[in-house]
Design a protein around this ligand. Structure first.
Ligand SMILES: *Cc1c(COP(=O)(O)O)cnc(C)c1O
Length: 415
């Protein structure tokens, strides 16, 4: 256990703090040069500057006060939601909110689904369970645990996508929500959302599309010529969709959106209470205080790039992913798992000790992303990883050459 830090008696000068921060980060992983395969996203230097400037301009404002004090933030949030509803082809009656990230967006979707289902069924015995592909993000289980809801994780297909037949078989009287990912985090493949949408419609269930990681990339990859299947509100069974601005939207953290097909669905996500001495308290999301900077930063970045800017970045990202996949598969015996749709991919080889490969990459200064089932390494690549590719592949070839062959290997993964 590390020693507990005492609360400082005297303050320290501002310059000293700046220098200390710089010194402290020396030991961190070198994300700027593509050595961190998750957590951070980069596009163009100007985009980062646009987001940072807008964030700093609204550093102190609180988006909780958008209705009563900071109308400009209310306007910006409504613009960001409007632009996102437009991007995801939502109908006129659709609505949404900005949140602190994918986990909060997913939590709100589960809450709205639960309260909607309970209001509709009017059956005291009904709890409501969730049927998910095993590749769905743990945020669904986190939400379900908080709300005491059962979760059924269903094995994926051989192509690493959700197996909607198996999901259909897992549905029972208590099922209320189905989930598909665009794409899933572990393998970067897009689930068969059109099939899930039909399944949801035919059974009267709520389909949530988790486009947290791919929402702000998939439409632009399609515009740049990639084959991206329909996944948004154009499919009638899609009730809600989450998309993270702070991932491939390249906006400052924390920023995500939760969108609902209908305002009445969105109302089930919100909170409205009038019991304390300060009057009515109303929020559309989980948290109270929200950083104004995140709202302004997202508004500025979306407006700075526009569809054209995002499409140009998507074209570079897809070309980069192809080059990574080719480079990896040129290193025998490595194979990329499935057919990644965007810029997330994982790879491994039966019988090759992938934990040893990852360890060797770590000693060469790369933070290794991992998958456990099957054992492999994982990359979520943004433009931060473009220039790093030759070095990465050279080090990977060296690591594979040294790795032992094993039987029944297991990789322990932790985020
Ligand atoms: C990142 C991610 C989430 C969770 O988002 P946070 O912003 O980390 O809370 C949910 N689903 C998928 C597919 C993700 O990649």
């Amino acid at each position: 256990m590390s020693e507990r830090t005492a609360f400082p008696v005297q303050g320290r000068p501002r310059e000293e703090l700046g220098a200390t921060l710089e010194r402290m980060r020396q030991g961190d992983a070198d994300w700027r040069h593509g050595r961190v395969p998750l957590y951070v996203f980069g596009s163009l230097p100007e985009v980062e500057a646009v987001g940072r400037d807008a964030y700093a301009a609204y550093f102190t404002e609180n988006a909780l006060g958008a209705r009563r004090a900071f109308a400009s933030l209310g306007r910006m949030e409504s613009d960001v939601i409007g632009m996102s509803l437009d991007l995801f082809q939502a109908p006129e009656e659709a609505a949404g909110s900005m949140t602190s990230g994918g986990s909060e967006s997913i939590l709100l979707a589960v809450k709205a689904c639960r309260d909607h289902a309970r209001a509709r069924r009017d059956d005291a015995a009904f709890r409501g369970n969730l049927v998910l592909p095993e590749t769905a993000h743990p945020a669904f289980d986190k939400a379900a645990r908080l709300m005491d809801l059962p979760v059924r994780r269903v094995r994926m297909s051989a192509d690493f996508r959700a197996d909607w037949h198996a999901m259909a078989a897992a549905i029972d009287q208590d099922t209320m929500m189905l989930v598909g990912s665009v794409p899933c985090f572990p393998f970067g493949v897009i689930d068969p959302i059109a099939d899930l949408s039909e399944l949801a419609r035919s059974r009267g269930l709520w389909l949530h599309v988790d486009a947290c990681v791919g929402g702000y990339l998939a439409p632009f990859a399609r515009a740049a010529g990639s084959a991206v299947p329909a996944f948004d509100f154009s499919l009638q069974g899609v009730a809600s969709l989450s998309a993270d601005l702070h991932k491939f939207g390249f906006c400052p953290k924390p920023a995500s959106v939760i969108l609902f097909r209908d305002q009445t669905y969105a109302d089930f996500a919100g909170f409205d209470l009038d019991v304390w001495p300060s009057g009515r308290f109303r929020t559309g999301t989980l948290v109270g205080t929200r950083p104004g900077g995140a709202v302004a930063g997202a508004w500025a970045v979306l407006n700075y790039l526009g569809r054209d800017g995002y499409t140009a970045i998507a074209a570079r990202l897809i070309a980069m992913r192809k080059a990574y996949v080719e480079g990896i598969e040129a290193i025998a015996p490595l194979r990329v798992f499935g057919r990644p749709d965007l810029t997330i991919f994982a790879f491994g080889a039966p019988g090759l000790d992938m934990a040893a490969v990852a360890g060797a990459m770590a000693t060469r200064g790369w933070v290794p992303g991992m998958t456990s089932k099957p054992p492999g390494m994982h990359i979520m690549a943004s433009l931060l990883h473009e220039a790093a590719r030759p070095d990465y592949l050279a080090d990977l070839a060296g690591a594979v050459a040294l790795a032992p062959l094993v039987e029944g290997q297991q990789t322990k993964v932790e985020y």
